[in-house]
Design a protein around this ligand. Structure first.
Ligand code: ATP
Ligand code: ZN
Length: 294
C-alpha cells in the first residue's frame, strides 16, 4: 500500500474556502465525505484532515499530518508559545486569507501611537504576538487575553487598546476604533514538519507544491486588452503591471490609435485601470487566465 500524504485543512471558514478552492484548481478530486474528520483524494495519494485552524500547527508539529494549510497569524501565535511549532517549515505563501494583526484604539482617546501604550492595557486573542511586538519596542503593557469580540474591550473599559485581525477595517470603524500600528501582515501558508519522510509522500508533496505554485501564478496573471492613443503608447506600457512584451496591433481605420494586448504577471487593481485610463487608454478589458505553461 502506498503511503498517503496527510494535509491538515480548516474544516469550515475562510481558510477552508481558500484551501478547497486551491486544491480544486490544482486538480485534486475529493471523494464524498467518509467521515467528519477526513476527506480522501480520488486521484492522488492524499488525505485531508478537517480540523479547527487553531489546531493545525499542533497536528503538523506532532506528526499527525505531514502538511497543513494555516494562517501566518495562527502559526506565529502558536510558535510564540511552542518551540516545536516554531520549528515548522513554511513551504510557500498561498496568496489567500490575507489580513493583518493591528493595534487599534478609540478614535478620540489618549492612545494615538505605540508610545502611548506604555503602562496601559491591550486586549487581544493574540497574547504571544502582541507581547513580543510590544516588548521588542520597549513598551510594557498589560496583555488582557480574550477569547473573541476583542473590539468591545475599550468601550467596556477592559482595555485601552486592542490588537486584532483586520481586513477591511469595517469592524474597527463600527466600534469607533482606529488602527495605529501593524503587528503582522498575514496570509495562508503551506507548512510542514522538518525531517525525512517516505519517498511516496515526498513525491506527492513535490507534485502538490508545483501545482500550487502554478495556480498562484495564474491567479494573479491577467490578460489585458485596450486601445491606446499611439502618441501615449510608452506611458501606457509603463502602467501595465509586469507586462514585458505587449502585442501592439493596428486598429482598422484609425492611425492615431493602436490595440495593445498584454499578459500582466502582477495583480491588476482598479487603480491600475484608472491609471491606464488617465493615460488615454479606452475600451479596457481584463480577462482571467485559466492555465499557464512557460
Ligand atoms: P475555526 O477556529 O473554527 O477554524 P475561525 O473563527 O478561527 O475558525 P476564520 O474566521 O475562518 O476562522 O478565520 C480563519 C483565518 O482566516 C484567520 O486566522 C486568518 O488567518 C484569516 N482571516 C481572518 N479574518 C479574515 C478576513 N477578514 N479576511 C481574510 N482573511 C481573514
Ligand atoms: Zn480559529
Amino acid at each position: 500500500m502506498t503511503a498517503r500524504l496527510k494535509l491538515a485543512v480548516q474544516k469550515k471558514g475562510r481558510l477552508a474556502e481558500g484551501g478547497f478552492d486551491l486544491l480544486r484548481r490544482a486538480g485534486v478530486k475529493l471523494a464524498y465525505a467518509r467521515d467528519e474528520l477526513t476527506r480522501r483524494a480520488e486521484n492522488l495519494p492524499l488525505d485531508l484532515m478537517l480540523i479547527r485552524d487553531d489546531d493545525i500547527p499542533n497536528f503538523v508539529a506532532s506528526g499527525a499530518c505531514e502538511f497543513g494549510i494555516v494562517g501566518e497569524n495562527v502559526l506565529k501565535e502558536a510558535a510564540a508559545r511552542s518551540p516545536r511549532i516554531a520549528g515548522l517549515e513554511t513551504v510557500m505563501a498561498l496568496g489567500f486569507a490575507k489580513c493583518a494583526l493591528k493595534l487599534a484604539a478609540p478614535k478620540d482617546g489618549p492612545v494615538r501611537a505605540l508610545a502611548d501604550l506604555q503602562g496601559r492595557a491591550v486586549a487581544t486573542t493574540y497574547p504571544g504576538l502582541t507581547e513580543a511586538f510590544l516588548s521588542a519596542r520597549g513598551i510594557t503593557a498589560e496583555i488582557v487575553e480574550m477569547g473573541g469580540s476583542v473590539e468591545v474591550a475599550p468601550r467596556m473599559n477592559i482595555a485601552d487598546a486592542i490588537c486584532d485581525l483586520v481586513s477591511t477595517g469595517a469592524t474597527l470603524e463600527a466600534n469607533g476604533l482606529t488602527a495605529f500600528e501593524t503587528v503582522l501582515e498575514s496570509e495562508a501558508v503551506l507548512v510542514r514538519a522538518p525531517g525525512a519522510r517516505a519517498p511516496e509522500i515526498e513525491e506527492t508533496a513535490a507534485l502538490l507544491s508545483e501545482r500550487f505554485t502554478g495556480v498562484i501564478a495564474s491567479r494573479q496573471t491577467k490578460y489585458i486588452m485596450l486601445n491606446a492613443p499611439t502618441a501615449r503608447l510608452d506611458e501606457i506600457r509603463a502602467a501595465l503591471p509586469g507586462a514585458d512584451a505587449p502585442t501592439v496591433a493596428p486598429v482598422v481605420g484609425r492611425d492615431d490609435v493602436v490595440a495593445v494586448h498584454a499578459v500582466c504577471t502582477e495583480e491588476v487593481f482598479w487603480h491600475t485601470l484608472e491609471a491606464l485610463k488617465a493615460a488615454g487608454a479606452r475600451s479596457i478589458l481584463v480577462l482571467p487566465i485559466e492555465k499557464m505553461m512557460p
